[in-house]
Design a protein around this ligand. Structure first.
Ligand SMILES: C[S@@+](CC[C@H](N)C(=O)[O-])C[C@H]1O[C@@H](n2cnc3c(N)ncnc32)[C@H](O)[C@@H]1O
Length: 247
């Protein structure tokens, strides 16, 4: 039998696969001026934390798209346990192919996931499929200022996420991609720790001496990310961009 890969080991059983918070997802969802959507897509849904918020609140089918089947398996299992199976439809697909699978989307949701295909690229690609006046709610890691950023934080993101931009730059990117800005919301710091870093940190510590270099490297990288967060002095955050497709 193959040894478990680093992702399966580190994220085993977790329902939150990125910083996030059900209460904020719900708050952002309720801030939209409409509440009835025919086609709702959750891009990079992971194990479905936010999918279940969308499904319970909207009481409509949520198309949950992720390219990693083990996460979708977990999502399907949890949907059953929560009595939401009839509302959650998993699709093992690349999120860049969303427009060809769902050509007319009323609400596109993506928490902590768009960066995988590049924020600008994701927005431009998905715009083709979001109907005029439809909504995109996308959370993205952003710089909150351009000075007084601790050197170690700059250094970490220079290698780990060089495409990270400011909130203003991302708003401009969204406007250029055919959206108007409806609102932004910042994810609170506690949402990085609770049920996320507080689980990952002890796990990563227990894996740093593993013989498998892939596991060891992933554990070390995770601890570096958490250390960066603790010294960040609020220089970056996850920000929700609530966008409406221009007519
Ligand atoms: C950081 S996780 C966030 C998951 C979930 N939204 C959450 O907040 O718990 C990013 C997710 O995007 C998925 N992903 C990465 N690249 C993808 C791609 N090109 N197409 C579809 N899903 C992708 C990963 O498998 C993972 O589940």
């Amino acid at each position: 039998m193959n040894a478990p890969n680093p992702i399966d080991l580190l994220f085993a059983g977790m329902h939150k696969l990125s910083p996030g918070d059900d209460a904020l997802s719900l708050y952002v969802l309720r801030s939209l001026p409409q509440h009835r959507f025919k086609v709702v897509v959750d891009a990079g849904c992971g194990a479905g934390r936010q999918t279940f918020v969308l499904a319970s609140e909207l009481n409509t089918v949520i198309h949950a798209v992720d390219s990693y089947q083990p996460f979708l398996k977990r999502l399907t299992q949890r949907a059953k346990e929560q009595g939401l199976a009839r509302l959650v439809r998993p699709h093992c697909k690349d999120m860049k192919d969303i427009p060809s699978v769902f050509p007319t989307i009323d609400l596109l949701w993506a928490e902590g996931a768009a960066y995988n295909i590049g924020f600008a690229n994701a927005l431009a690609g998905w715009a083709k499929a979001i109907r005029p006046d439809g909504f995109a709610v996308i959370s993205e890691l952003c710089w909150l200022r351009d000075d007084r950023i601790p050197d170690a934080v700059k250094e970490f993101f220079r290698s780990e996420y060089p495409e990270m931009h400011s909130v203003e730059q991302n708003i401009q990117t969204a406007e250029e991609a055919g959206y108007k800005l409806f609102n932004t919301y910042r994810l609170p710091k506690e949402a990085w720790v609770k049920d996320y870093y507080d689980i990952l940190e002890p796990r990563a510590k227990s894996l740093v001496n593993q013989s498998d270099p892939a596991v060891r490297d992933f554990a070390v990288e995770t601890l570096r990310e958490i250390e960066t967060f603790t010294i960040s002095e609020d220089s970056y955050a996850y920000v929700f961009f609530v966008l409406q497709r221009r007519i």
